[in-house]
Design a protein around this ligand. Structure first.
Ligand code: PA5
Length: 464
C-alpha cells in the first residue's frame, strides 16, 4: 500500500499482539478474501451500471469546473456563507471547514476568504444568533438537500429566505443557491419557480456519500478551501481501493478487519479516535456514515437481522482523560481506529528546561501527541484490546480527501460483506414520514394519525 496518502497499521488488532481473545489471525483474514472479493464485485457492478455514484465523484471534474465558475461570479461583497442542510448534507462541510479552515471561534479570515456557518438543526438557538450577527447584503445562503424536502432544512430555508427578503426584496434571490436532486423535490420546484441557481446531487449518490459532490465542493470553493486537492487525494484512494488483492486494498482491509472483529470477537462498538483536534467534526461525519449505512433491520435477502456496530467518536489525547477509562477497562466490545497525523503545519518545540520537566526539552507538541497515541495503543494491546492506526503525513486538502474516501469505500465494502444494503436508510425515512404527518404535510395523513394515536395513548408522567 505504498505511495497512497494513508497508511493502515493493523498489527495491534492481531492475535500476535493482543492475544487470541481480542485479536484475529492472518488465517481469519485469508478466510475472508472470498467475501471481500464478492463484496467488491457487487460494488463494481453497481458502479458500472450507474447505480452507485460516489466512487466516481473524485473524477467528475465537470462539477468542480461548474462550481468554480459559479463561485467566481459571486461578488466580493459576500463575506459570509450559510450552509443549510442536515445529516449527509452538512456534516461533510462542517468537517472540511474545521479541518482546513480552523476552529470556528478562531477562524482567521485571509484577505478575500469567506466565513462559513453550518446550520443543521431546526432548533432556533443557533440560527437566531447567526441571523442577528450576519448582514443579508454580505451573505450567500447555500441550501443543501438531496430529497429537497427534509423538514429541518426547508423550515430553516423559509426563515432565512424571509430574513433575506425583508432586507433585500427581490434581490434576495441573488443571495441563494441550492444543491439538490436535479429532477425532484420541493427545492427543485422553488429553484425553477424563483430562478434560484442550483447544483445537482447525482441521483445515484446518497446524502452520506455526497461530500465530494457539489454538497462539499460548492461551499468549499466559495470559502477558498482547496477542493481540487481534496478531489486529488480522494482519487488516489479510489484508484487504490479498486484492487481485488485484499492486502493491497486499504478500504477493503479497514472493512474486513471491522467485520471480522465484530463477527468473531463481538467487537460491535467501533471507535474513531483521531489524535487531531482538526478532525473533531470529521468524527461526527464518520459516525453518521457508519451508523446509517451499517445499522439495518434486514439483510439483502430480506431476513430480519437487526445488525450494525455502534460508532463512537473520540479525540486524542483529550478523550484519554474521559472515554479512555471505559476503552481501557470497560466491556471488551470495542475496536478502536486511531488516526495519527505525522506532522503539523505549525508546531511548537518545547524550550530547554532544567529540573523535572527537562525530559520534554526540544520535544514538539506533535511528538507528544504521537507518544500519547502509541501509549494508548500499547496499553490497550497489553490488556488484549485491539486497535488500528491510520497514519496520515499531514492534514491538508489532499489527505482530507483521502480520509473521506477511505471511510466511504470501507463503509460500502463492509456493508456488502455483512450482506446488507449500505446505501438505504429506511429507519431514517420512517421517522421523517411520521414527522411530516404530525406537521400536516399533504400525502402523509395516515402517518400523522398513527403518530398522534401513539402520542395520545397511555402516557405516564412523573411529577418531580
Ligand atoms: O445520508 C443520508 O441519506 C441522510 O443522512 C440525509 O443526508 C439526511 O437525512 C438529509 O436528507 P436530505 O439531504 O434529503 O435533506
Amino acid at each position: 500500500m505504498s505511495g497512497i496518502p494513508i497508511q493502515l497499521d493493523y498489527s495491534m488488532c492481531m492475535e500476535s499482539h493482543v492475544g487470541a481473545i481480542g485479536g484475529i489471525s492472518e488465517l481469519h483474514l485469508e478466510g475472508e478474501i472470498p467475501t471481500f472479493k464478492a463484496a467488491l464485485c457487487r460494488l463494481k457492478s453497481g458502479i458500472e451500471k450507474g447505480e452507485i455514484g460516489f466512487w466516481n465523484l473524485p473524477e467528475s471534474l465537470e462539477t468542480l469546473r461548474d462550481v468554480q465558475e459559479y463561485a467566481a461570479s459571486v461578488p466580493e461583497s459576500v463575506t459570509d456563507v450559510i450552509v443549510l442542510g442536515i445529516g449527509g448534507s452538512s456534516l461533510g462541510m462542517r468537517a472540511i471547514a474545521h479541518a482546513l479552515g480552523g476552529p470556528p471561534e478562531l477562524r482567521l479570515r485571509q484577505q478575500g476568504d469567506r466565513a462559513v456557518y453550518v446550520a443543521d438543526n431546526s432548533d432556533p438557538w443557533f440560527l437566531s444568533r447567526l441571523l442577528e450577527t450576519l448582514i443579508p447584503q454580505n451573505t450567500l445562503v447555500v441550501t443543501i438537500s438531496k430529497s429537497g424536502s427534509t423538514v429541518e432544512t426547508v423550515a430553516q430555508w423559509l426563515v432565512v429566505r424571509r430574513w433575506l427578503e425583508t432586507a433585500l426584496g427581490r434581490r434576495a434571490r441573488e443571495h441563494q443557491v441550492f444543491v439538490t436532486d436535479p429532477e425532484r423535490g420541493v427545492l427543485q420546484e422553488f429553484a425553477v419557480a424563483e430562478s434560484i441557481p442550483f447544483f445537482a446531487i447525482p441521483p445515484n449518490v446518497g446524502g452520506r456519500f455526497s461530500v465530494l459532490s457539489a454538497v462539499g465542493l460548492l461551499p468549499s470553493i466559495l470559502c477558498n478551501f482547496d477542493a481540487k486537492g481534496m478531489m486529488q487525494g480522494a482519487k488516489e484512494l479510489a484508484d487504490a481501493c479498486r484492487t481485488e488483492e485484499l492486502s493491497q486494498n486499504p478500504a477493503g482491509m479497514l472493512a474486513a478487519l471491522h467485520v471480522l472483529h465484530q463477527r468473531l470477537r463481538g467487537h460491535n462498538q467501533h471507535v474513531l479516535m483521531p489524535y487531531a483536534d482538526a478532525l473533531r467534526p470529521f468524527g461526527d461525519w464518520w459516525v453518521q456514515l457508519w451508523a446509517e449505512s451499517l445499522g439495518k433491520r434486514l439483510d439483502r435477502r430480506g431476513r430480519w437481522i437487526e445488525c450494525g456496530p455502534t460508532p463512537i467518536s473520540a479525540i486524542g489525547a483529550t478523550d484519554q482523560h474521559a472515554q479512555g477509562q471505559l476503552f481501557m477497562e470497560g466491556p471488551r466490545n470495542k475496536l478502536i481506529t486511531f488516526i495519527e497525523i505525522s506532522s503539523a503545519e505549525k508546531d511548537f518545540t518545547l524550550p530547554k528546561t532544567a529540573g523535572p520537566l527537562s525530559y520534554l526539552s526540544g520535544t514538539s507538541l506533535t511528538e507528544i501527541l504521537k507518544a500519547e497515541l502509541q501509549g494508548s495503543a500499547v496499553a490497550l494491546a497489553n490488556d488484549g484490546r485491539p486497535s488500528l492506526t491510520l497514519r496520515v503525513a499531514r492534514l491538508d486538502a489532499r489527505h482530507l480527501g483521502a480520509l473521506f474516501f477511505i471511510f466511504e469505500a470501507a463503509t460500502a465494502i463492509a456493508g456488502e460483506m455483512m450482506g446488507i444494503d449500505p446505501f438505504n436508510q429506511p429507519g431514517v425515512e420512517a421517522g421523517k414520514r411520521l414527522t411530516a404527518g404530525l406537521l400536516g404535510r399533504p400525502g402523509y395523513e395516515e402517518e400523522g394519525q398513527t403518530a398522534r394515536r401513539a402520542m395520545d395513548g397511555d402516557q405516564r408522567h412523573y411529577a418531580l
